[in-house]
Design a protein around this ligand. Structure first.
Ligand code: IPE
Ligand code: IPE
Ligand code: MG
Length: 252
C-alpha cells in the first residue's frame, strides 16, 4: 500500500518539544452565524456580515501570533448564490469595502493573501481587485490567509478530475498513474500543508461543501459561538483543544 502518510512537504503539525503545545500548521474555519447574530439584535443580516468581517481581522491576527502557517476562511460558498440578490450584493459590497480598507494592514502585518474558489464569479471588477491584492501581498510570510470565495469542494474535485482527464488525452500521463497524490496536486490547496484543524461556528454540524477531501484526517471542532462573537480568546480555546487531541491517522 502506498500513500499511508501525507507527502513530506505537506506533513501535519508533528510533535513539538516536550511540554510545548502542538500548534496546527493549517487551520480552516467555516465562519457561520452572521445572520442569526443580527437577528438576535433585531438588525438586518448585513449588520451580521459587517460584524463578521471584524471577527476575521481579529482571528487572522490571533492565528499569526499563535504561529499558524495557513488560515483558510470560508467566506462565500458556491451555494450561497441561492440567497437573495440583495444579500449577495451586500456580501460582495462588503468584500470590496474590506479589501480596500484592510489591504494596507495585511501588508503591514506580513499577511499573504491567497484565494480558492472561483472569484471570477463576482464579476471582473471585484475579481481583478482580489487578484491585485494577492499579487501585492505575495512577498509576505508571517501567515498565509486563504479566502475561500465562491468555493465548493465538489466543484474543486470535479475540476481536478477534468484536468487529469485532459492530461491523459494529451498523452502526458497514463490513467493508471492517477493516484491520491495526483488528485491532491490538482486541488487549489495543493501548495499548502495538510489541513490539521477545521472549526465551524454557530452550532451547525456539517461541512457545507468545504474542503471535503482535505478534511479526511483533520480534527473537527464545532462551536455554539456565532461567528461575529468569535475572538482571540475563542481561537486560543480551539488551539488548546486541538493540542489535547490524539491524532492517529489510522495507526494506533
Ligand atoms: C455566514 O453567516 C456567512 C456566509 C455564509 C456568507 P450566515 O449568513 O450563514 O448566517 P446564518 O447561518 O444565517 O446565521
Ligand atoms: C457555509 O455556511 C458557507 C460559509 C460560511 C461561507 P452556510 O450558512 O452557507 O451553510 P448552510 O447553508 O447552513 O449549510
Ligand atoms: Mg449560515
Amino acid at each position: 500500500m502506498k500513500h499511508l502518510r501525507p507527502i513530506a512537504s505537506k506533513e501535519s503539525d508533528g510533535v513539538s518539544a516536550p511540554g510545548m503545545a502542538r500548534v496546527p500548521r493549517h487551520v480552516a474555519i467555516i465562519m457561520d452565524g452572521n445572520g442569526r447574530w443580527a437577528a438576535r439584535r433585531g438588525l438586518p443580516r448585513v449588520a451580521g456580515h459587517r460584524a463578521g468581517a471584524e471577527a476575521v481581522r481579529t482571528t487572522v491576527r490571533a492565528a499569526a501570533e499563535a504561529g499558524v502557517e495557513v488560515l483558510t476562511l470560508y467566506a462565500f460558498s458556491s451555494e450561497n448564490w441561492r440567497r437573495s440578490a440583495e444579500e449577495v450584493s451586500d456580501l460582495t459590497g462588503l468584500m470590496r469595502f474590506y479589501l480596500d480598507r484592510e489591504l494596507a494592514g495585511l501588508e503591514k502585518e506580513g499577511v499573504r493573501l491567497e484565494l480558492i474558489g472561483e472569484p471570477e464569479g463576482f464579476g471582473p471588477d471585484l475579481a481583478a481587485r482580489l487578484l491585485a491584492a494577492v499579487e501585492r501581498t505575495r512577498g509576505n510570510n508571517k501567515i498565509t490567509l486563504v479566502m475561500a470565495l465562491n468555493y465548493g469542494s465538489r466543484g474543486e474535485l470535479a475540476a481536478s478530475a477534468r484536468r487529469l482527464a485532459e492530461k491523459v488525452l494529451a498523452g502526458e500521463i497514463a490513467p493508471g498513474s492517477i493516484d491520491e497524490s495526483a488528485i491532491d496536486a490538482e486541488l487549489q490547496t495543493a501548495r499548502w500543508p495538510e489541513l490539521d484543524l477545521l472549526i465551524r461556528t454557530s452550532g451547525e454540524m456539517r461541512l457545507s461543501n468545504f474542503l471535503l477531501w482535505q478534511a479526511a484526517y483533520s480534527e473537527l471542532i464545532f462551536l455554539e459561538t456565532l461567528w461575529p462573537d468569535f475572538d482571540a480568546a475563542a481561537f486560543g480555546d480551539t488551539l488548546a483543544q486541538y493540542s489535547q487531541r490524539q491524532r492517529r491517522f489510522g495507526g494506533r
